[in-house]
Design a binder for this molecule. Structure first.
Ligand SMILES: Nc1nc2c(ncn2[C@@H]2O[C@H](COP(=O)(O)OP(=O)(O)OP(=O)(O)O)[C@@H](O)[C@H]2O)c(=O)[nH]1
Ligand SMILES: [Mg+2]
Length: 213
């Protein structure tokens, strides 16, 4: 899971997914890992839908020593991301991680918002975002596949982060993802703690499957 910083700009990861799947937590854990390696990390609070979402990311930034770029609640997420990319670049950050909303109150379509963020980033630097990671809650079973299809068709995904694997003994979701989607699982969440993030190890899941029930 070691992302290599491209020449002249940070590596950019956009985290997307429906509400409550664990986006913000996954971002916090990823920030921690990179901070442990002494890398400079910038977090973009592009979930401007709720004030609490910005606050939650601010806590992770403080806890991990990452820098936070935020605007007011209700601000245009794409403008937060624009500023965050500029900040990350000027500070020579290795990694920029973008937190996004899981749902919106208004009729503004979430997918349109995510597309706009991608467009803005793409104009700032070719090839960004480097990763668009869908955060999926492993306990939601088949619905996770539907979510992945939907996000992938709308904005294109480079990987999946599978969270809450501590809450389910079922490795079955991993098999379903493999069978139904051509999207690699890049990391797994195994708890709410700051270090509860792991690389995806397929063999572990094969073992877990055979040890079930
Ligand atoms: N057990 C367990 N809980 C997790 C894991 N990852 C996240 N959570 C919990 O799931 C809940 C939702 O996590 P968030 O990170 O806030 O989810 P989110 O996708 O950012 O949610 P929204 O911002 O509302 O869209 C929190 O209570 C987290 O502590 C995990 O790997 N295991
Ligand atoms: Mg969140």
């Amino acid at each position: 899971m070691e992302f290599t910083k491209p020449e002249g700009r940070p590596y950019v990861i956009m985290a997307v997914g429906v509400n409550g799947t664990g986006k913000t937590t996954m971002i916090g854990k990823l920030a921690k890992r990179y901070r442990d390696w002494d890398r400079k990390v910038v977090l973009a609070a592009a979930d401007t839908f709720r004030a609490a979402a910005i606050e939650q990311l601010a806590i992770w930034a403080k806890r991990t020593g990452a820098e936070l770029v935020k605007h007011q609640p209700g601000a245009d997420p794409a403008s937060v991301v624009f500023d965050a990319f500029c900040a990350a670049q000027s500070r020579g950050a290795n990694l920029l991680i973008i937190d996004t909303a899981g749902r919106l109150h208004t009729k503004v379509n979430l997918m349109e918002q995510l597309k706009k963020i991608k467009r803005v980033l793409g104009k700032q630097a070719e090839g960004t975002p480097d990763e668009t990671i869908l955060v999926l809650d492993a306990t939601t079973g088949q619905n996770a596949i539907a979510q992945a299809d939907y996000f992938n068709q709308a904005i294109g995904l480079t990987g999946i982060a599978l969270t809450k694997l501590d809450g389910t003994a079922k490795g079955g979701i991993v098999v379903a993802i493999k069978d139904n989607l051509n999207i690699p699982i890049k990391m797994v969440g195994i708890g709410e703690g700051v270090d509860d993030l792991k690389e995806f190890d397929p063999s572990e899941f094969v073992n877990a499957l055979f040890n079930e029930e």
